[in-house]
Structures are given as structure tokens and as C-alpha cells.
Ligand binder design. Structure first.
Ligand code: 0X9
Ligand code: ZN
Length: 518
């Protein structure tokens, strides 16, 4: 797999990082710009308009369009009056959430799921926006000492908008499937899951609001610190304190795309991650979501050496196994972070070196520069759902990441047998069927999921796993899946159950129904 990473691929990734330099590094506060379209079929007239010094957006044989400020529009004297539209991202970007849309969606999801979800602010950005975190766990107001914490944070880089959608997807997956699917129910009950969908709200809003020419998105990366010298922004992924600025993997020039900031943890946004890790010593795994490249990156980023003195060989094996496990589930390529390029002061190096967290960076869709940071919104459903199993796998590992190399404290899955019904007794439609199971586990089973023809129909949590089901007439296959706290799972042997409808008298036609239904 690693060989697939050709030199030109690396070149494109570097281009992705460096190309925006010229465009965006010195942009000031939010502009106030409009698309102004003058209707004229006269090329001389269009040329005259062009020489007035407005920023050209495009022209057809019927009109010419400029990007203009409200001051320029007010000073206009032109007949017939031009068409004026606020500059906005192209319509096929509207499926992405801006900050206000994200905030209201998060508030609604928390309000609809009070049993397992809490929305809280972990701090404020430079411009005062709340940095929201959704906590998802079975007792969201308590700290359960036996439950480990996983942190997933997104949109640290402003233009990496798909990452916010990925975080929202994960939140919805957990909230919608809790109590419906055994896997999600067990994960939410046994882990403390924290999701920060947007760590850089100022940068993200700036990237959306200053999008003037749909063909030329702003590509804003950093936060919106005013560097007080005409330049704006710190690269949050160069502002963490571990080996800050050590190795040529960041810039001291404040206009640079990878400006590391005036001091380690100078930024309120990086302080959110530092404070979270300090306040949650049981944090075992973190995922920092970025775009793009379809990669899973593990520490270190500051050196090309995969086993420097500050990397434990067992940890390296765990990082590789975790990354491979994720890669198998989403098709991304697993690599040491520095194989992309050297980075110093990134979140993962600090989280691992200073707090012992198995910290990974995901570079989401797309694989290459086209469509890069701005894929049309119709890719959101498939490209976020693609990570469902990888995310669940990561959450499952959080109790003990050493499980990935077979060295976890609990490596023994539960056992489960369906005791009743047996399949020999007569079963009637509309008559409730009590299902009982025998479940054993070395630590203790936590969840049982019942499936009819492979579809989950009921979820039960310890101590009472029995369920009452009603089945349709005909033959169904019943199975039960047991989980333990380490999220090992075992599916029972299938049981075929035939359910009779006593009210239906066989008629000759009935014989043909199965054929007709084909
Ligand atoms: O440069 C970054 O911060 C990340 N890539 S991005 O294109 N999303 O900006 C990569 C960080 C991964 N870490 C290292 N390469 N050390
Ligand atoms: Zn990034």
C-alpha cells in the first residue's frame, strides 16, 4: 500500500498546502462584496466597464459580471440597473453546515437525546464563538471510572469542511442507533465519547463568508488571530507545545500558511484540546479529522525516524495495528505522519508524547487535489458513511488500544446460546414469544442484540437480557449477539422458527402465492 504513494502524489499534497499562500495569507477582515452583472451585448460597452477597475468575475456575449463592494455599487450610475447578488458559495456547496447551522443542529440533537447526549462549550475562539463539544455516553452527567474517553475533533483547518460533516455524521450515527443496534448501544454505554465538530469556527466562517468567486474559493486554513502586522491567523496544527518549531515543519513568518504562532498554545482553539486532555486523564484515543488525501497518519510528525527515543516500540506496534484496522475499514492508506512532510507542533505529537494518547490524524476524501478541499456537497453522504465502521472500530478500541496487537487485558469474547424458544414448540402469529439466552463472559456480558433474518429487532442490556418478540407468519431465522465491555462480540447459532397463522385457511390459491410474489 505504501508504495502506492508516488512522488507526484506527494507533490500534489504539498501543492495543496502551499498553493493558497499567495491568495490568502494577508487577507483582512470579512469583506462585503457582491456579484454585479451588467446586461449589454455590446463588446465595446463591456470593454469600457472593464476599464473602470472593478474585479472581473466573468463575461458572456450578453453580460459582464464583476465582484464589487457596496461602496462601488453605491457610486454606480448605470442604466439599465445591473443585477446585484450577494457573493455566496456555489449552490452545490450549500449542503455543508456553516457555524450557525451546525450550532442549531447540535442543539437540536442534544435536546432530542437527553438520556445520552450533552452539548457544552469547551471555550471560545479569538472572535468569541463557542467551541462546541458533544458528549455521548450512557450517564452524560457523570464520570464513570471504568469508562475510557475518546476524542474526535474536526475542522481544525478552516477549509477542510468535509471534516465537520464527518463529525456530524458520527454524532447522528451514535444517537440514531442507540437502543436500535447492539453495537452502537454497547459503545455508547461502555465509552465516554466526545466530538468537537469545529475546532476553528472563526477560520471556517471566514472561509465561507469571503468566498467571492465560485471558481476561486478562499482556501483559508488558519484561525483568525490578528497578527497586528497586516497578516492574519495561526496554523493550529503547528501551535502545540511538543517540539514546537523544532524541525523546519512550521513557519515563524506570521503570514505563512503554517505559522506556528507567537508561543506554544498561544491560541484559544489549541488550548481547548490541551485543557480537555488535562482534564480527562482517561483519554486513550483521539482522531483529528482533516482533508484531504485518504490517509491515516500516526506519530511522529516531527521526525522521519519511526522509532525515535520518545516512541515506545510497543506503542509504535499499536499505532500501526490501529491504523491498519482503520485502513481496512475505510480504504484509506496508513502511514507515519512525517511520510507526508515534516510537521512540528501538531496535535498528535503533543497528545501522544505528553499525554500518552493514541492520537491519529485522518485525511478524509478526496484522494487528490481535484476536487481537493471543496468537493460538491453531493459527496457528503457516501464519503461520511464510508467511515462508519472505522469510527466504530476506533471507539471500540478506546478501552484498551493494546487489543489491536492482541495484548489487551480482556481478549476473551462472550458466549451466547438461545435457550427458548427451542424451535420445537408451536408458535402462533400475534402471540408474543419470550426469548431467553444463556450468556457467559470472563468479565461480564453487557449487551445482547436480537436479530430476525439478520435485522436487529431488540437490544437488551445487563442484567436482564430476555426479550419478548412477535414474529410474522412463516419461517424466520432468529439470532442473538452478545457484547462485553471490551466490545468483543459473538453471534449465536441461528434458530429457525416457524410461526403459524391459525386464522388463515389454506385455499388452492395460496399454493400459488409464493410464485406470484416473485
Ligand atoms: O499539515 C497538516 O497539518 C496536516 N495536513 S493538512 O493538509 N490537512 O493540512 C497533516 C498533519 C499530519 N501530521 C504530520 N504530517 N506530522
Ligand atoms: Zn488539515
Amino acid at each position: 500500500m505504501i508504495l502506492r504513494m508516488s512522488k507526484s502524489f506527494i507533490f500534489f499534497l504539498l501543492l495543496g498546502l502551499l498553493a493558497p499562500l499567495a491568495i490568502s495569507s494577508a487577507q483582512g477582515p470579512e469583506p462585503n462584496r457582491f456579484l454585479v452583472t451588467f446586461r449589454t451585448q455590446d463588446p465595446i460597452e463591456r470593454t469600457a466597464l472593464m476599464t473602470r477597475g472593478y474585479a472581473l468575475w466573468g463575461a458572456t456575449l450578453n453580460d459582464i459580471t464583476f465582484i464589487m463592494t457596496s461602496e462601488e455599487i453605491r457610486a454606480l450610475d448605470y442604466s439599465p440597473p445591473p443585477r446585484i447578488q450577494p457573493l455566496a458559495p456555489p449552490p452545490d456547496f450549500s449542503g455543508y453546515h456553516d457555524y450557525a447551522e451546525m450550532t442549531s443542529e447540535l442543539k437540536a440533537l442534544a435536546a432530542e437525546n437527553p438520556q445520552i447526549a450533552r452539548l457544552q462549550s469547551l471555550g471560545r475562539s479569538h472572535e468569541g464563538r463557542e467551541i462546541w463539544a458533544m458528549r455521548i455516553t450512557d450517564r452524560p452527567d457523570e464520570n464513570e471510572p471504568d469508562e475510557k474517553t475518546i476524542l474526535i475533533f474536526a475542522n481544525m483547518h478552516a477549509r477542510e469542511h468535509l471534516t465537520l460533516e464527518q463529525a456530524l455524521y458520527l454524532i447522528r450515527d451514535l444517537l440514531e442507533n442507540y437502543g436500535v443496534e447492539g453495537e452502537v448501544t454497547n459503545l455508547v454505554n461502555q465509552r465516554d465519547i466526545w466530538i468537537i465538530p469545529n475546532l476553528n469556527p472563526d477560520g471556517t466562517e471566514y472561509d465561507i463568508r469571503s468566498w467571492e468567486n465560485p471558481m476561486d474559493p478562499p482556501m483559508w486554513r488558519k484561525n483568525r488571530r490578528n497578527n497586528m502586522n497586516g497578516t492574519w491567523g495561526v496554523d493550529l496544527n503547528r501551535n502545540f507545545s511538543y517540539k514546537w518549531g523544532c524541525c523546519g515543519g512550521s513557519e515563524s513568518y506570521s503570514g505563512g500558511e503554517t505559522y506556528r504562532g507567537p508561543a506554544p498554545f498561544s491560541e484559544p482553539e489549541t488550548q481547548v484540546i490541551r485543557n480537555f486532555a488535562n482534564q480527562h486523564p482517561d483519554l486513550t484515543i483521539s482522531f483529528s479529522l482533516h482533508t484531504f488525501g485518504e490517509l491515516i497518519l500516526y506519530p511522529y510528525g516531527y521526525t522521519r525516524d519511526d522509532l525515535p527515543p520518545d516512541m515506545d516500540p510497543t506503542d509504535l506496534a499499536i499505532f500501526k495495528a490501529m491504523s491498519d484496522g482503520l485502513s481496512q475499514r475505510n480504504g484509506y492508506q496508513a502511514e507515519q505522519a512525517s511520510s507526508l512532510y515534516i510537521v512540528d507542533g501538531d496535535s498528535d505529537d503533543w497528545l501522544y508524547a505528553e499525554r500518552g494518547v493514541y492520537a491519529l490524524t485522518w485525511e478524509l476524501y478526496p484522494p487528490t487535489f481535484d476536487p481537493g478541499f471543496y468537493p460538491p456537497d453531493d459527496v457528503i453522504p457516501a464519503e461520511t458513511a464510508r467511515n462508519r465502521d472505522a469510527l466504530r472500530y476506533g471507539i471500540a478500541l478506546a478501552d484498551d488500544p493494546a487489543k489491536s496487537i492482541g495484548a489487551g487485558a480482556d481478549m476473551i469474547p462472550p458466549q451466547i446460546t438461545i435457550l427458548s424458544p427451542t424451535g420445537n414448540e408451536p408458535l402462533f402469529v400475534h402471540a408474543p414469544i419470550t426469548v431467553t439466552v444463556a450468556v457467559t463472559d470472563n468479565v461480564g456480558p453487557t449487551t445482547v442484540e436480537y436479530l430476525v433474518d439478520g435485522e436487529p429487532v431488540a437490544v437488551r442490556v445487563a442484567p436482564d437480557f430476555s426479550a419478548v418478540l412477535t414474529l410474522p407468519a412463516g419461517t424466520s431465522e432468529l439470532t442473538a449477539r452478545a457484547f462485553d465491555a471490551a466490545h468483543w462480540q459473538t453471534l449465536s447459532a441461528p434458530l429457525l422458527l416457524t410461526v403459524i397463522d391459525p386464522n388463515s385457511t389454506p385455499t388452492p390459491n395460496r399454493l400459488y402465492l409464493p410464485l406470484l410474489n416473485r
